[in-house]
Design a protein around this ligand. Structure first.
Ligand code: DX5
Ligand code: ZN
Length: 219
């Protein structure tokens, strides 16, 4: 069963609480919070205090995506803020394995994300240490971009690796996911769909998620 994790980066910042409540009523499964430091990616978004505020309002699992250098510095801060999944970039960690273990010992599910240019083989030693793999389907840093088609093949490759390792980790895709390409990602093995612009930018997000859930049952 696919899960929808709408990216709050695409919400209306002037009425974020209502916009998040709207998406929640529409049937979102998780909320995706993109944390950007202006160093790992050329954009700055928000930090633990916003995660804490969202956690106070919403009962949905918080899927926090760290696009920051040396993310291990902030594991405890995001645990305290209420993150349920904490995903770090392989490329940003000095010791990815150690960082994933620290996330788990802080009481969160551990995720690892790959930028489009990073090959899936780097995941091999990490498959038993993570609860989620996030395949970036755009260059990280901004919402509203177009999905990079080659990332669908990469998603299938990661799926094969997870299956071969009998890993229960969830496979999530993130960036440029729309109603038009979501089923392609699901066919390649993705089960968690981050959708920012496509859902927060729609006045009928519930209908989009419903149609995609129906589409999944037809696969
Ligand atoms: C990009 C972020 C994505 C982005 C998704 O760096 O990681 O989560 O917000 O937004 P859309 O769905 O608009 O591409
Ligand atoms: Zn993200």
């Amino acid at each position: 069963m696919i899960k929808f994790s709408p990216s709050v980066l695409a919400s209306d910042y002037m009425r974020m609480g209502e916009d998040i409540a709207r998406i929640e009523r529409a049937g979102a499964d998780w909320l995706h919070l993109d944390i950007m430091d202006g160093l790992f990616v050329p954009n700055i978004s928000f930090g633990p205090s916003l995660v804490k505020a969202v956690d106070a309002q919403s009962a949905l699992p918080l899927d926090v995506h760290l696009m920051i250098v040396n993310p291990e510095r902030y594991i405890d801060a995001f645990a305290a803020a209420g993150a349920d999944y904490l995903t770090v970039h392989y490329e940003a960690c000095q010791d990815p394995a150690k960082t994933l273990q620290r996330i788990r010992s802080a009481g969160m599910k551990a995720g690892v994300s790959l930028k489009p240019g990073t090959g899936p083989e780097v995941l091999a030693p990490l498959l038993t240490l993570c609860d989620l793999v996030l395949v970036m389907t755009v260059e990280p840093g901004f919402g509203g971009q177009k999905l990079i088609p080659q990332m669908l093949d990469k998603t299938a490759r990661v799926r094969e690796m997870l299956d071969a390792a009998h890993s229960p980790a969830l496979l999530e895709v993130d960036g440029g996911i729309t109603e038009g390409n979501a089923m392609d990602a699901v066919r390649m093995g993705a089960r968690v769909l981050v959708m920012g612009t496509a859902l927060f930018g729609s006045d009928r997000p519930g209908e989009i998620m419903q149609r995609l859930r129906k589409g999944e049952s037809g696969l």
